[in-house]
Design a protein around this ligand. Structure first.
Ligand code: PRX
Length: 655
C-alpha cells in the first residue's frame, strides 16, 4: 500500500502554554510522561488498571484477579471477583460527601429554562424511581428499554436501572417505531421508560405515539413508564401505561443498591454493523465504568470544580459515557443539552458555554462544520474564557474544521482533542492528552493508556511494524471498557471482532501512521456509513428500501458530504408496473423504517444494479460513478453484465 500521502507536512500545534502553567497543572503534563505511562500500561495492564480501579471506583467486595481470559475465546473478564454498583459509584458516594454539589445542569430546548440537579436530589430521584421499577416487577438481569428525550429524568432512568442491576437498553429517540420495536424484541424488554413528547429545536417529537406504534408488535411488554415532558394529551393505555410522577409520589427516596458482580451487564446498546440487523453490544459494570471515569479524567483533564459539557444525545454511546457515567463517576457536574446547535440561533452552544462556564466542551465534526458556515460573529460575542479542552468525536474531522474550532472557539488557548472510539470500545481509545500531546489537525494522535494499538495488513493479517504504516486498526490486548458480547449472539461477536484477525480486536476502521507515529483514522473499511456521526449499514438501508412494495432491488452507498461527512445515496430497481413510483415515497420508507436521520439524500431509479455473477452488488462501481470517476472503475470483468455500466452511468448522470 502506498504511504506517500503520509509525508505531507501538517501544522503541528504545541500544547498551549497557558494550560501547562495552570494551577492545578494537567494530570499528564509532558509527552514524555504520556509515553512512559502508556508504555507501562500496555506492558503491565494488570498493575495499571488494578491501581486505577481502586483509585476511581468504590467496591463493595474487592477484586482479586484484574484480568482473565482473552481474545482467542472471547472470554475477557476484568476484576472478576469484585462487587460494586454503578449507581452507587455515580451518585451515592458523591451525595454522601457533597449533597449540594450540582450533578446535572439541564439546558432545556427553550433558552432560559435551565435547571440544576444536585447530587442529593439525584440520589433521592434515582432511589424513588428504582423503587417504582421494583414495585412493577423489574429485577436484576431484566432488560429495560429507554426511549427518552434529553431530560434529567432520562439520567434518573439509566441510574435507577443500574441501581437494581437491571440492564438498560437505550434507543435513540430519533429512531422510528419499527427500529424501536426490533430492539425491544431482540432484547426481550418487558419494560419501557419513555415520555409523552420530546422537544428539540423548537419542534415537538411525538415520543409516546412512536412507542405505542412500536408496541403493536411487542405482546410481552408489561409496563410503560411515561414521564410528562410537555403535558400535551397523549394516548394512554392503562394498566400497561403508568405516569412517572404518579408512581414516583408513592415511593420513598431510599433504595439500597443491588450488589453486582464486576462482569454483570450494565447495558446493551444497539449499533449498526455490516449486516442488516443491528447488534446489541453488551457492556459490563466495572470495566465500562472504569474506562469512562479514566478517560474523563485524563482525556479531558477533568479537575475538581469543572463543568463538563458533552453535547451528544444520551441515545448514543457518547451520551452514555460522557454525559452520564464518566462525569458522574468522578463526582463532576455534567451538562445535559436538549436542543440543537442552531436553536434558536447559531449562538446557542456559545451562550450555553458562557452561561454555565463550561470548562470541557465535546461535540461532533458535523456540528463544527455547520457552525463554521455562520462565521465567527456568533462565537465572538460570548465569553468563552472558561473553556480549557474542546473535543470532537464520531467521524474524521477535516483540518479546516479543526483549525476553525481551535482558533475561533478555542482562541488558540484550549487543547483540541480529536477523540477516536466506538460503541464497542466503551470509551476513548485514540486521543491527544491536553497537557501532553502536540496536535496535528485531522489526526486523533496517539493511543490512550492501556490501548495496545497496531496497524494490520488487511490482506495478510500481519502487524506492520514500520513507523509509517497504512492498514486496518486493531488492538492486541483487552482493555476494561471493551464490549464483552453481542446480546444473545456471542458467535456474532466473535465473528465480527475477534475472528477476522486471530489474536486481535478488529475495529473495522482503516488507519494510517505517519513518520512521527501519529495515527490518522481513515474511516470504515466495511459497509458502514457514517452520516453526521450516526452509524448506519448499507444493508440496513437496503432492507428498508426493499420494504417498499415497488422496490425490486436496492443498493446504498456512502457519499462524501461537506456538512455531514457522509450522506446516503441509494439505487433502486423497480418491480414491473411500478415505473411511476415517486422517489419521495422511497425516501419516506427509509425514514419510517429506520428514522429521519437515515433518509437518503438521493435515490436513483435504475434498470439494473452492478452485480457479480454470484449476485453480489458491487458498491465500489456505484461509488465511483457518483464520484464522477468513471474512467477508473477498476476491473469490471467479474460483473455478470459489464455492458450494463454504460447505461448506469447515463442514468445516474441524468438524475
Ligand atoms: O469510523 C469510526 C468513527 O465512528 C465509528 C464508531 O461509531 P459509533 O460506534 O457510533 O461511535 C461514535 C462515537 C464514539 C468508528 O468506527 N469515528 C469515531 N470517532 C472518530 C471516528 N472516525 C474518525 N475520527 C474520530 N475521532
Amino acid at each position: 500500500m502506498s504511504t506517500d500521502h503520509l509525508n505531507v507536512e501538517f501544522k503541528l500545534h504545541p500544547v498551549p502554554e497557558c494550560l501547562l502553567s495552570r494551577n492545578p497543572p494537567p494530570h499528564v503534563n509532558s509527552f514524555e510522561q504520556y509515553k512512559k505511562i502508556h508504555e507501562e500500561s500496555v506492558k503491565n495492564p494488570t498493575e495499571f488498571w488494578g491501581k486505577l480501579a481502586n483509585e476511581l471506583l468504590t467496591w463493595h467486595t474487592p477484586f482479586k484477579t484484574v484480568l482473565s481470559g482473552g481474545f482467542e475465546h472471547g472470554d475477557v473478564t476484568w476484576f472478576r471477583e469484585g462487587e460494586l454498583n454503578a449507581s452507587y459509584n455515580c451518585v451515592d458516594r458523591h451525595a454522601i460527601k457533597n449533597p449540594d454539589k450540582v450533578a446535572i445542569i439541564y439546558e432545556a430546548d427553550e433558552p432560559g429554562q435551565d435547571r440544576k440537579i444536585t447530587y442529593g436530589e439525584l440520589l433521592r430521584d434515582v432511589c424513588r424511581f428504582a423503587n417504582v421499577l421494583k414495585a412493577h416487577g423489574v429485577k436484576k438481569g431484566d432488560t429495560v428499554a429507554i426511549y427518552m428525550p434529553m431530560v434529567p429524568e432520562a439520567v434518573v432512568a439509566f441510574l435507577a436501572c443500574a441501581r437494581l442491576g437491571a440492564i438498560h437498553s437505550v434507543v435513540f429517540a430519533g429512531f422510528s417505531s419499527e427500529s424501536l420495536r426490533n430492539r425491544i424484541l431482540d432484547a426481550s424488554s418487558r419494560f419501557i421508560i419513555t415520555a409523552d413528547e420530546g422537544r428539540r429545536g423548537g419542534k415537538t417529537i411525538h415520543t409516546k405515539k412512536i412507542v405505542d406504534e412500536a408496541l403493536l408488535g411487542c405482546p410481552d411488554v408489561e409496563r410503560v413508564f411515561v414521564f410528562r415532558r410537555t403535558g400535551s394529551s397523549v394516548p394512554f393505555c392503562s394498566p400497561r401505561d403508568v405516569w412517572w410522577h404518579e408512581e414516583l409520589d408513592k415511593q420513598r427516596p431510599h433504595c439500597p443498591p443491588e450488589i453486582c458482580n464486576a462482569e454483570d451487564p450494565l447495558f446493551i446498546l444497539y449499533t449498526s454493523g455490516s449486516t442488516g440487523k443491528p447488534k446489541g453490544l453488551l457492556h459490563t459494570t466495572a470495566g465500562y465504568l472504569l474506562g469512562a471515569a479514566t478517560t474523563v479524567k485524563y482525556v479531558f483533564d477533568y479537575q475538581d470544580g469543572d463543568i463538563y459539557g458533552c453535547m451528544a444525545d444520551i441515545g448514543w454511546i457518547t451520551g452514555h459515557t460522557y454525559i452520564i457515567y464518566g462525569p458522574l463517576a468522578l463526582g463532576g457536574t455534567s451538562v445535559l443539552f436538549e436542543s440543537t446547535p442552531v436553536y434558536p440561533s447559531p449562538s446557542r452552544y456559545w451562550e450555553v458555554v458562557a452561561k454555565h462556564k463550561i470548562t470541557q466542551f465535546y461535540t461532533a465534526p458535523t456540528a463544527i462544520r455547520l457552525l463554521r458556515k455562520f462565521g465567527r460573529e456568533p462565537v465572538d460575542c460570548h465569553d468563552l474564557s472558561s473553556l480549557r479542552v474542546i473535543g470532537s468525536v464520531g467521524e474524521p474531522i477535516n483540518p479546516e474544521a479543526w483549525e476553525w474550532y481551535n482558533e475561533v472557539v478555542g482562541r488558540n488557548v484550549c487543547s483540541v482533542v480529536d477523540t477516536y472510539w466506538q460503541t464497542e470500545t466503551g470509551s476513548i481509545i485514540v486521543t491527544p492528552l491536553p497537557g501532553a500531546t502536540a496536535t496535528k489537525p485531522g489526526s486523533a494522535t496517539f493511543p490512550f493508556f492501556g490501548i495496545d494499538l497496531v496497524v494490520l495488513n488487511p490482506e495478510t493479517g500481519e502487524e506492520i511494524k514500520t513507523t509509517e504504516a497504512e492498514g486496518v486498526l486493531a488492538i492486541r490486548k483487552p482493555w476494561p471498557s471493551m464490549t464483552r458480547s453481542v446480546y444473545n449472539d456471542h458467535n456474532r461477536y466473535l465473528d465480527t471482532y475477534l475472528r477476522p484477525f486471530k489474536g486481535y480486536y478488529f475495529s473495522g476502521d482503516g488507519v494510517g501512521r505517519d513518520c512521527n507515529g501519529y495515527y490518522w483514522i481513515r474511516g470504515r473499511v466495511d459497509d458502514v456509513i457514517n452520516v453526521a456521526g450516526h452509524r448506519l449499514s448499507t444493508a440496513e438501508i437496503e432492507s428498508a428500501l426493499i420494504m417498499h412494495n415497488a422496490t425490486a432491488e436496492a443498493a446504498a452507498i456512502g457519499v462524501a458530504s461537506e456538512l455531514k461527512g457522509q450522506c446516503v445515496h441509494a439505487f433502486v430497481t423497480l418491480k414491473p408496473n411500478c415505473e411511476n413510483t415517486d422517489v419521495k415515497d422511497l425516501i419516506l420508507q427509509v425514514r419510517k423504517s429506520i428514522g429521519p436521520f437515515a433518509a437518503p439524500e438521493k435515490v436513483y431509479i435504475v434498470n439494473d444494479l452492478p452485480k457479480t455473477r454470484s449476485g453480489k452488488i458491487m458498491r465500489r462501481v456505484l461509488r465511483k460513478i457518483v464520484d464522477g470517476q468513471t474512467d477508473s472503475l477498476g476491473d469490471l470483468s467479474t460483473l455478470a453484465d459489464p455492458k450494463m455500466v454504460d447505461t448506469l452511468i447515463e442514468t445516474i448522470k441524468k438524475s
